[in-house]
Design a protein around this ligand. Sequence first.
Ligand code: NAD
Length: 473
Amino acid sequence: VVSSSAAMIDPRLHTPLKDIDKIHETFYKTFKSGKCRPLSYRRQQLYALARMCQENVDAFTDAIFNDLGKPKQEALLYEVGPIIQRAVQSAERLEEWARPEKVTDVPDWQKPWAPTVYRAPKGPVLVIAPWNYPFILSLQPLYAAISAGCPAVVKPSEFAPTYAALLAELLPKYLDSSAYAIVNGAVPETSKLLDLKWAHILYTGNGRVGRIVAAAAAKHLTPVSLELGGKSPCFVDAASTDLRVAARRILYGKCANAGQTCVAPDYILIARDAQDALVDALKQVIAERYPQGILSSDSYGRVVNAAHFNRLQNMLSRTKARVVIGGETDPERLKMAPTVLVDVTADDSVMEDEIFGPILPIVPVADLDEVIEFINERDHPLALYAFTENAEVKQRLIDETLSGSLVFNDTFDQLAVDEVPFCGVGESGYGPQVLKHGFDTFTHYRSSEDVPLAIEPYLGARYAPYTPEKTEV
Ligand code: NAD
C-alpha cells in the first residue's frame, strides 16, 4: 500500500485554506460574468473533460489500483468508461435539456402570458466525493455542473490519495480554472469549504458526515443532495428463480470492488429450506470465477485501508453465525475473500451497519410476509434486489416496500441504465443524479410569464377599489 506514505508528502493533497477562499471568490466572479452560461462553453468544457479521461486512462486506472487495488477492468467498466460516455452525451443533449419550456397546457385566458420555465444555472456548487469509486463519484457531479452552467469545486476523498493528486494535476490542464477546481484535503479543508456559501452541495458518502454537510448547508439555506448508503437487501425467491443464475448475479454485485459498493447486496433473505442450495450455488460460482484462489486473483480487489479491514474483521469476530464460504484473509495485502454466513439472525453483528466489504450474511425467513416486514422494519435501503419470476411477488415488493431503486433478477447494473434517476430515499439519501437528472440537480426551474400590456383593459377586476360587481362570479 504505497499510497499512504505518498499522501504525507504530496502538496497536491492539501489545498491551503487561503486558496479555498480565493477559489470561492473567483468562481462567484466567473459565474456573475456569465462565462459558464453559453451552451457552446459548456459543450467545450464537457468535451475537454472527456478528453482528459480518455488521454489519461492508464494513469487514472493505475492511480485507482494504487489506492484501492481495484482491477483495471472494474475501473474502466464502472468508472472511466461511463464518465467519458456521459460527458459526451451531455454535450450532445445539452441543447434539449437547457431549452426553455413553453407551458401551453394552461387556461385560454393565460395563454397570452406565454408561461415559460427557464433552465437557470444555480451558481457555484460544491461536490464532496468518497473513495470507493473515486473517479466516477467525483466526475459525475462535475459533468452535471458543467452541463448546468455552474462552476464547481470538487473535493475528492483523502482515502484515494493517488487519484486525488492526479486529478488535481490534470484538471487544470484541460478545464477552465476560473470555473472548475479540485480542492484536496481531509476534515479541515472540507470544513473550510462547508463554511462558505454555495448554490448547491452534492455529497456522496456516509450518513454521519451527510448530517454534518446538511447542517452546514442549512446555515446558508443551501440545497443539498446526499448520496448515502445503507444495507441493501437481496431477496431470493427460491420457488421461482434459478439459484445458479441468482448466485452468479449476486456475486457479481458483491465482489465488484471487494464489496465496497454503495449498491452492493448487503445481505440475502431466503426461505430456510433453500439456504443450503443457494450456498452450493455460490460456492460453485466462486470456484469458477477464481480458479487459482480468490486472494491471489487479479480479478478481485482489496479492502481500501487497514481501518476498514479491521472494521470488517471485527464484524466477523463478533458474529454468532456460521461461516460456510470464505473467511480467508491476507492482512498484509488487505485482502478478504467473499465470506458467506448462514443462519444469521436480525441481532447479529453483521446486521448492525452497512457491511461495505465482502461479507455476505444469509438470513433465513419463513415467507414473503416476513421478507416485507424485515425490510420495512429497517431504514429505506439504497437498493432492493429480488430474484423472482413471480409477478405477484414483484408487485407486492413494488407496492409494499420503499428503496432508492428496486431491481428484479440482477444486482448492481441498475447503474448502467443512464436514463433512470439514481438516488436514495430516507436514510439512503436524496437528490437524483446521472445525465439529465444531474443537470436538473444543479438547475433552477425558473418560471416566467410575460403579461401583455394590451390586456390591461381586462384586468380591472383585480384592482381596488373592490366593488361587489368586480367580484361577481
Ligand atoms: P469517505 O470517508 O471518503 O468520506 C466521503 C467524503 O466526506 C470525503 O471527501 C471526506 O473527506 C469527507 N468527510 C469525511 N469526514 C468529514 C467531516 N467530518 N466533515 C466534512 N467532510 C468529511 O467515504 P465514506 O463515507 O466512507 O463512503 C462510504 C459510504 O458512502 C458508504 O456508506 C456508501 O454506501 C456510501 N456511498 C454512497 C453512494 C451513492 O451514490 N449513494 C456512492 C458511493 C458510496
